[in-house]
Structure formats: C-alpha cells, structure tokens
Design a protein around this ligand. Structure first.
Ligand SMILES: [Zn+2]
Length: 163
C-alpha cells in the first residue's frame, strides 16, 4: 500500500463485526477519528473466515440459547446467515463473508462515532469502505460500497492517493 509505519491503525476482531455496544471498538474509532484524524475506515473481511464459518454452521441448526462467548459474539452474524437462507439452502461462505462486510459498513455508517465525525468534519469526514481479502491469491476486492459524509463530493477520489 506504500504506507509508512503509523499510517495504518488496525483493529482486529472475529469476523470484523461492529455493534454499537462494543465500547472497545468505539474507543478505537474515537482515537482514530479524533486524535489521528483518520479519513478512511476499511472493513476488511477475508475468504475462509472461521468466524463466518462458525456462524454459518450455527444458522443451520435450530436456535439455542447463547451460553458461550463465541455464540453471543457471533449472534448478529448467525442472524444474518439465517436471514440469507432461502428454500435453496444457506448462503455460501463467500457470500456470507461479503454480505457481512456490507452489513458492518452499514453498522459503522449508522454509528454514533461516525455520525459525530461527520458533524464535526462536515464534507471532510471519514469515508467507510468494504473490502474482501482473498487469502488464496493475496488479492483485495473492493466491494464498491464506499460511503462518505452526505456533503462529500462524489467523484472526488481521495483513496488512490493512499497507494
Ligand atoms: Zn475471519
């Protein structure tokens, strides 16, 4: 990416999930946006995600009370997998990985932290992107769902400068 040390601020979590009540991640986002004035948040999912595999498996079983940490943590993802299940069966793992990235992008866009950033920085506020990292060949797929603040000028591409 042509970046130097300190350019990229990383937060890792199982299956790149974001929920509004996750204050560990809210704190990371606040430091990133307020202190480091980060301009781009990238939700980077990846192929063969074990978190997504686990949620997909749970979604195929009858619902049970979430007694384990991993079940509680993955609940929104298990619900997403259930919602994507049709009469033809459950979604493929690749599809769930992709839809999960899109859902987390939507969750971030709706979050208090991002909404506050847009109020504070106006058209220069943060843009949220969704990517899937293909482990098999080391490539990154941009899902094309990037969204910035309401007043940001579409077509004014800032991202390529990063690379
Ligand atoms: Zn994963």
């Amino acid at each position: 990416m042509g970046s130097t040390p300190g350019d990229i601020f990383v937060h890792r979590g199982i299956a790149n999930l974001y929920t509004p009540g996750d204050d560990s991640m809210n704190a990371v986002l606040m430091i990133a946006l307020i202190n480091f004035k980060v301009k781009h948040i990238i939700v980077a999912g990846h192929s063969n995600c074990v978190g997504c595999q686990t949620a997909l498996r749970s979604s195929m079983l009858p619902p049970v009370p979430e007694t384990q940490a991993i079940q509680r943590y993955l609940k929104p993802l298990t619900q997403l997998a259930r919602a994507m299940t049709t009469e033809d069966g459950p979604p493929s793992l690749d599809l769930l990985v992709e839809e999960n990235v899109a859902q987390q992008v939507r969750n971030l866009l709706a979050s208090q932290v991002v909404q506050d950033d847009w109020k504070r920085r106006g058209q220069y506020g943060v843009t949220v992107h969704g990517w899937v990292y293909q482990l098999e060949n080391g490539t990154i797929r941009d899902l094309g769902i990037s969204q910035g603040p309401p007043d940001s000028k579409p077509g004014k591409k800032i991202l390529p400068k990063l690379f």
